[in-house]
Design a protein around this ligand. Structure first.
Ligand code: GDP
Ligand code: GDP
Length: 441
C-alpha cells in the first residue's frame, strides 16, 4: 500500500482556509483518540476524494514571530508545507487580488519543486469573476482553479487537481506484500532512528527501494535477515530547519501517523540519555491507537552509567509514562555500538507473530470457563453478568467478541481480567488485544 499522501493548505489570513477546511470537514476522521497525553490538536484531517484518502494539514495556526507579520507567517507556513506535504494547495483571494506576499511565497513554492495547486477562493460567481481570475496566472505557478469555499463550489475540481499529483496506485500483488514484515521506526528527532536503520543495513545484505509515493525523506529500506524480508519505514528527515523546529514537531506527528498506518510493527525509539518524555508518549500513542504491535527500543544505552538497577529503574519509568500500553516489549540497545541490535529482529518476529496469531475457539473457551470459575462475574442490583462464549474474529490486532447476557453488566475491569487470563494462556506479548462485547439473549 502506498503511503497516504499529505496535502497542505498555504495562504494569507482571511483568504478562506478555515472555511475550506470546514467545507471538507464532513469527512473528518479523528486520528488520535482515547490515549491520555496524546495531542488533541486538529491541525490535520483525513479527506476522501475519488476513492483516495489523504491527510490535509492546516498550516494556518502559526503565530508569526517577526514585524512583517503576514509575510513572515506565510513563509513559515510555506516552509512547513514544503517540508511535510506531498502536494501544496496555495489559496489566494479573488477580492484581495495578487499581493506582494503572494508573489514571494509563490516563488518559494516554485523553487521547492513540490507540486502546487493554485486555488483562487471567493469566486462566488464564475460568470462575473472569471476575468479577475486570470490575474493569478502572473504568479507563475500554473492554472488557477476558481472555488468558492463558502458556497462549496469548485472544490471537486480543486481536489481533482490535487489527486492528479498523487503517485499511481501500484498494482502489487497481495502475496508479495504479505511475506514482508513492515516495521515503522518512530520517535522524536535525534533519538537515533536513522542510526538504527543504518546499523541494520551495515550488517545485512540489502536492497534500498524507492517505494512509489514516498518522498526523498521517507525512503523504505528492505532488509533480508535469516531469510525473512523486512521493510523498514523511516520517518526521519525533518530536522534540518532548526528555526522552525518547534512548529515542525506537531506536523511531524502527521508523518508518524502515515508511517504507522502502513506498518505491522512499530519500534518506538526512546533516548536513554534523556529519559522517557510526554512527547514519547504522544508518539507511542499513535501506534497504540492504530492497534499495531509495539517494541520500545531504549537507544543510546551506551551513554548510561549502569549498575544492577539501571534496567529495572528505566523499565519502571517507561511503564509509568506509557501506562496505556503495558503489552509493549522493551529492548535496551545502542545503535552506536550495535549492542543487542541483532535481538531486534527476533523481537520483531515474535511480536509480529503474536499480532497475527489466531486462537482456536475451543481452547479459548476453556480458558474463559476457568477464568469465570476463578473470579465470579460482577453483578449490579441483583442482576448477574453471564458470560456465554468467546471467539476470535480478527488478527492484526487479535480481536475477540465476548457474548454476554447484558452489556452494561460487563465492567471494564472484568474485561481487563479476561484479557489478562488470555494473555497468561497464549502470550500475545507486544500486541494490543481488542475485545468487543455483544449481547446474546
Ligand atoms: P482564513 O483566515 O484563511 O482561515 O479565512 P476564513 O476561512 O476565516 O475566511 C475569512 C473570511 O472570508 C470569512 O469572513 C469568510 O466568511 C470569508 N469567505 C471564505 N470563503 C469565502 C467565499 O468563498 N466567498 C466569500 N465571498 N467569502 C468567503
Ligand atoms: P534520528 O533523528 O532519530 O534519526 O537520530 P539520528 O540517527 O540522526 O541520531 C541522532 C544523534 O544521536 C546522532 O548524532 C547519532 O550519532 C547519535 N546516536 C544515535 N544512536 C546512538 C547510540 O546508540 N549511542 C550514542 N552515544 N549516540 C547515538
Amino acid at each position: 500500500m502506498a503511503r497516504k499522501q499529505i496535502v497542505a493548505v498555504v495562504g494569507r489570513p482571511n483568504v478562506g482556509k478555515s472555511t475550506l477546511f470546514n467545507a471538507l470537514a464532513g469527512k473528518r476522521i479523528s486520528i488520535v483518540e482515547d490515549t491520555p497525553g496524546v495531542t488533541r490538536d486538529r491541525i490535520y484531517q483525513d479527506v476522501e476524494w475519488l476513492g483516495r484518502v489523504f491527510t490535509l494539514i492546516d498550516t494556518g495556526g502559526i503565530e508569526p514571530d517577526s514585524k512583517d507579520v503576514i509575510l513572515a507567517q506565510m513563509r513559515q507556513q510555506a516552509e512547513i508545507a514544503i517540508e511535510t506535504a506531498d502536494v501544496i494547495i496555495f489559496l489566494c483571494d479573488l477580492k484581495q487580488g495578487v499581493t506582494d506576499a503572494d508573489a514571494q511565497v509563490a516563488d518559494m513554492l516554485r523553487r521547492s519543486g513540490k507540486p502546487v495547486v493554485l486555488t483562487v477562493n471567493k469566486v462566488d460567481s464564475y460568470k462575473r469573476d472569471s476575468l479577475d481570475v486570470y490575474e493569478f496566472y502572473n504568479l507563475g505557478i500554473g492554472d488557477p482553479v476558481p472555488i468558492s469555499a463558502a458556497n462549496q463550489q469548485g472544490i471537486g475540481d480543486m481536489l481533482e487537481e490535487v489527486v492528479k499529483h498523487f503517485p499511481q496506485e501500484k498494482e502489487t500483488s497481495e502475496e508479495e506484500d504479505d511475506d514482508n514484515i513492515k516495521v515503522a521506526i518512530i520517535g522524536k528527532p535525534n533519538v537515533g532512528k536513522s542510526s538504527i536503520i543504518n546499523k541494520l543495513i551495515g550488517e545485512n545484505r540489502l536492497i534500498v527501494s524507492d517505494v512509489a509515493g514516498t518522498t526523498r525523506d521517507a525512503i523504505d529500506t528492505e532488509i533480508t535477515h535469516n531469510g525473512q524480508k523486512y521493510t523498514f519505514i523511516d520517518t526521519a528527515g525533518i530536522r534540518r530547519h532548526n528555526k522552525i523546529k518547534e512548529h515542525l514537531e506537531q506536523y511531524m506527528l502527521v508523518r508518524t501517523v502515515s508511517a504507522v498506518e502502513r506498518a505491522d510493527v512499530c519500534v518506538v525509539v526512546i533516548n536513554a540519555d534523556e529519559g522517557v518524555t510526554e512527547q514519547d508518549a504522544k508518539i507511542a500513542g499513535i501506534a497504540h491507537d492504530n492497534g499495531k504491535a509495539v517494541i520500545i527500543a531504549v537507544n543510546k544505552w551506551d551513554l548510561i552509567e549502569k549498575d544492577n538497577h539501571s534496567v529495572n529503574d528505566f523499565t519502571k519509568k517507561v511503564r509509568q509514562t506509557l501506562s496505556f500500553m503495558p503489552y509493549a516489549e522493551i529492548l535496551f540497545i545502542s545503535a552506536q555500538t550495535g549492542q543487542r541490535l541483532i535481538k531486534l529482529y527476533d523481537m520483531i518476529d515474535a511480536v509480529y507473530q503474536n499480532h497475527s496469531m489466531r486462537v482456536a475457539t475451543g481452547v479459548l473457551n476453556e480458558i474463559l470457563m476457568q477464568a469465570l470459575v476463578m473470579q465470579q462475574p460482577p453483578s449490579d442490583k441483583g442482576r448477574v453478568l453471564k458470560v456465554f462464549y468467546m471467539t476470535q474474529v480478527a488478527v492484526k490486532p487479535p480481536t475477540f467478541v465476548i457474548f454476554v447476557n447484558e452489556k452494561k453488566l460487563m465492567h471494564f475491569s472484568y474485561t481487563r481480567y479476561i484479557e489478562n487470563q488470555v494473555r497468561a494462556a497464549f502470550g500475545f506479548a507486544g500486541t494490543p488485544l481488542k475485545f468487543i462485547i455483544r449481547e446474546r439473549k
